[in-house]
Design a protein around this ligand. Structure first.
Ligand code: HEM
Length: 426
């Protein structure tokens, strides 16, 4: 079933958080939500849905009134005690550990968030990003070498997933000899490695980074991993090994699938629109504007929750302490009050970089420069090494009747598979 199978009036009956079929094309539902105003309380879980750009930005900014503790969990986790009182901040502090992802940076609030984020930002310095970008150019070539001579690839698994994974591994200074094990464990790659097998990706990351950090603290070397292991908090204190390990592991969760989905969107549009492809090939300086439009039009992260600490009002809706507010960047980025002709891809959009595909405020994506660089390098290299890039009709059907499969998760937007064909150069 697709969105077009639903009459607009059916949306009344639909529980968005369970309507997997709608995630193949969420935009008609977004517009239906918008017809109720920029903010609307849906009836199934009482979640406050925010499709308005200005209203979403206001909440992203307001860490006093809204907590990030439920950023991923939303209203779907039971709290051990009821929300009572005018300000539930105390209840949040006492029980936030029961929520999923409570050990991960995106769910922290200031002041803990401020200290841990500062630690992370010591790793993503301009110098480190420059070195990482040099690695990206080399890695892009190696990835393309794996399939170029075939004249076709399944882009998501042959390129986007391993590329985005290995870029983060390099950023963190994972030794090159260990990188195949990361690929195998985190992506089910079947190439053999000599490392021990662990079959839970998070457990694998936790084990590896705990070992790296303990080892580098015992025997410092002149390498990136040692700088990661020995970086202090802003107050000068040395973090627990667990804190550093969690920050490193979280980068894979936050930065891999998201960027892989952005790359999938970009290559789909490049394959679908030969005139756009030619323009970008002729003028690579337009690639960054293209990246921003892809982030705006098909935001890889489609939603983040916030928990209201106190009563407030947002876009005409009363909010009570304990309400889950669902910020919807995928919808807010098409808010016609903010973006003219919002559904169109326009490389000359004057406010193109104002999209909130990377969020906003203190939790603004820490890896945004990295994701932008990955998108640029990948596109530029693929253009250099192919004469043209086309969508496989055998896999996706002819133009006008394409079949694409999107991830059936309401928090994410991206293709599961993208079969491309191309003419290799050289
Ligand atoms: C196109 C790719 C990406 C998109 C669309 C994206 C999107 C986002 C968004 C919307 C947030 C804010 C979440 C919130 O407010 O609750 C976020 C946070 C974050 N992102 Fe990204 N991200 C991407 C790539 C990356 C990469 C490559 C990395 C690092 C390797 C990364 C690391 C993080 C981290 C650590 C946070 C948490 C920041 C904090 O809570 O202070 N992201 N991302």
């Amino acid at each position: 079933m697709t969105t077009t199978d639903f009459e607009t009036t059916d949306f009344d009956e639909i529980d968005w958080f369970r309507a997997k079929a709608l995630y193949q094309d969420p935009y008609p539902y977004h517009e239906w939500l918008r017809s109720h105003g920029p903010v609307w309380r849906e009836p199934h879980h009482g979640a406050v849905m925010v499709t308005g750009y200005e209203e979403a930005v206001a909440v992203y900014h307001d860490t006093e009134r809204f907590s990030n503790c439920n950023s991923v969990a939303g209203p779907f986790t039971e709290w051990p005690v009821p929300f009572e009182g005018d300000d539930i901040s105390e209840i949040i502090e006492q029980h936030r550990d029961v929520l999923p992802f409570s050990d991960q940076l995106p769910t922290f609030d200031p002041p803990k968030h401020t200290a841990h984020r500062a630690l992370l930002m010591r790793l993503i310095t301009p110098k480190r990003l420059k070195e990482n970008m040099e690695f990206m150019w080399r890695l892009a070539d190696l990835q393309i070498d794996e399939f170029l001579s075939r004249g076709e690839c399944e882009f998501v698994h042959d390129y986007a997933s391993p590329f985005t994974l290995l870029v983060i591994a390099d950023l963190l200074g994972v030794p090159e000899a260990d990188q195949p094990a990361f690929r195998e464990e985190l992506q089910g790659d079947t190439r053999p490695t000599s490392g021990p097998m662990v079959h839970k990706p998070l457990a694998f990351l936790y084990d590896r980074f705990t070992a790296y950090i303990e080892e580098r603290r015992r025997e410092p070397r002149d390498d990136v991993m040692t700088r990661l292991a020995t970086a202090p908090f802003p107050d000068g204190s040395l973090p627990e090994v667990t804190d550093v390990m969690l920050i490193a592991s979280n980068l894979f969760a936050a930065g891999q699938e998201t960027t892989a989905r952005l790359l999938g969107t970009m290559l789909r549009l490049i394959g679908e629109r030969p005139e756009l492809q030619q323009r970008l090939r002729d003028e690579p300086a337009l690639i960054p504007a293209f990246v921003e439009e892809c982030l705006r039009l098909e935001s890889p992260l489609q939603g983040q929750f916030r928990l209201a600490r106190v009563a407030s009002e947002l876009g005409g809706v009363d909010i009570a302490p304990g309400d889950s507010v669902f910020l919807m960047p995928g919808a807010a980025n098409r808010d016609p009050r903010q973006f003219e002709t919002p559904d169109q891809l326009r490389l000359d959009r004057p406010n193109g970089r104002q999209h909130i595909g990377f969020g906003f405020g203190v939790h603004l994506c820490a890896g945004a420069p990295l994701a932008r660089a990955e998108a640029y390098v990948s596109t530029a290299r693929l253009f250099e090494r192919t004469a043209d890039i086309r969508i496989s009709e055998a896999a996706h059907g002819p133009p006008g009747a394409r079949r694409y499969e999107y991830t059936p998760i309401y928090l994410l937007r991206g293709l599961e598979h993208l079969q491309l064909e191309f003419t290799p150069v050289g």
